[in-house]
Ligand binder design. Structure first.
Ligand code: CUA
Length: 336
């Protein structure tokens, strides 16, 4: 089809519908800053809509004036009126509008970056190429380690303590709030407060290498009771494999040296280089937001890791017989 034909008749309306759908898709869904589900995100969305409407009004006013001056009143104004127009429209108006916006956005910043209130949940998140280490700090008991998924209780402030040992990443859950960089050698902070239960998606928002676009995670915001139960479950050691295939998978996990990089608490696997896997079967995704957690996807992940996530540090285990890969996948899926 010739390019010009794209906008003809039925095709044209289809393209317009597609563009409309794309634009609207940006305003909803699990990864949208314009569908806020957190206190900071609501303020950011309000600022966005305020600026969008304000900018549209100013654009129409300026364009209207330009059209008026071009077509309807071609006579030059007197020097006094011209001077007033330039000083009023070119100096006073932008200073007032931009000054107001700056003051408002700076006031938001102090609110968003305020120290964590008493009783805030504290979670350390460390960004790696290309996954997330997550550690829940608890008032009582040992910290709880996991990876690539975060659960939060609705209505409770949470302080994220952000770090990176390799390159700069940026921690961003658009539906809950703004983004903050994870900078090697420093600890940065982000205060969020989810206001709506649901499943949201977070991303790395700073280019960090080949698989930057494949560095995501899911955030599950739930009622406090469910959250407490979830955290208590995550603190437990891994369940014993159920069934012959899963048991064989567990043995293969040890025999193939997976435990050198991954930890599965309650087993001989104590690795700290890669993501913690104790309850990985309970997580929504494999490979940091890349694939859904089910044994077929796990099989592909184990056998074709580098195809799915280019330059990933995990070696590809495609040399294993398919039945071994299947057993490993069944074992991992069973780690609920
Ligand atoms: Cu990490 Cu981009």
């Amino acid at each position: 089809m010739a390019r010009g034909a794209l906008l003809d008749g039925a095709n044209g309306s289809r393209v317009i519908h597609m563009l409309g759908a794309l634009l609207l898709a940006g305003c909803s869904g699990e990864q949208s800053a314009l569908a806020p589900a957190g206190r900071a995100a609501s303020r950011i969305a309000d600022l966005f809509w305020g600026m969008t409407v304000g900018a549209a009004i100013i654009w129409f006013a300026v364009t209207g004036l330009a059209v008026y001056a071009t077509y309807f009143r071609r006579k030059a104004p007197g020097s006094t009126r011209g001077g007033l127009l330039i000083i009023g429209g070119g100096v006073v108006f932008p200073v007032v509008v931009l000054g107001g916006l700056l003051t408002y956005s700076l006031s938001m910043l102090t609110d968003i970056l305020a120290p964590a209130p008493e009783g805030a949940l504290k979670i350390q998140v460390t960004g790696y190429q290309w996954w997330w280490r997550v550690r829940y700090l608890r008032d009582q008991g040992e910290p709880v380690d996991l990876a690539n998924e975060i659960h939060l209780p609705v209505g409770q402030p949470v302080e994220f303590q952000l770090e990176s040992p390799d390159v700069i990443h940026s921690f961003w859950i658009p539906a809950l709030g703004g983004k903050v960089d994870m900078i090697p050698g420093r600890r940065t902070r982000l205060l969020l407060e989810p206001t709506k239960t649901g499943v949201y998606r977070g991303v790395c928002a700073e280019y960090c290498g080949a698989s930057h676009a494949l560095m995501g995670f899911f955030v599950i915001v739930e009622e406090r009771v469910e959250f407490e139960q979830w955290l208590a479950d995550q603190a437990k050691p891994a369940p014993s494999p159920k069934g012959q295939r899963a048991t064989q998978g567990g043995e293969l996990f040890v025999a193939n040296g997976c435990g050198a990089c991954h930890a599965v608490r309650g087993t001989a696997a104590h690795g700290v280089i890669g993501p913690e896997l104790t309850h990985m079967g309970s997580r929504l995704s494999v490979g940091a937001g890349v694939l859904a957690t089910e044994s077929d996807a796990l099989r592909r992940w184990i056998a074709r890791t580098n195809d799915i996530k280019p330059s990933v540090h995990m070696p590809t285990f495609g040399m294993l017989p398919p039945e071994d890969v299947l057993a490993l996948a069944v074992y991992l899926e069973g780690l609920k």
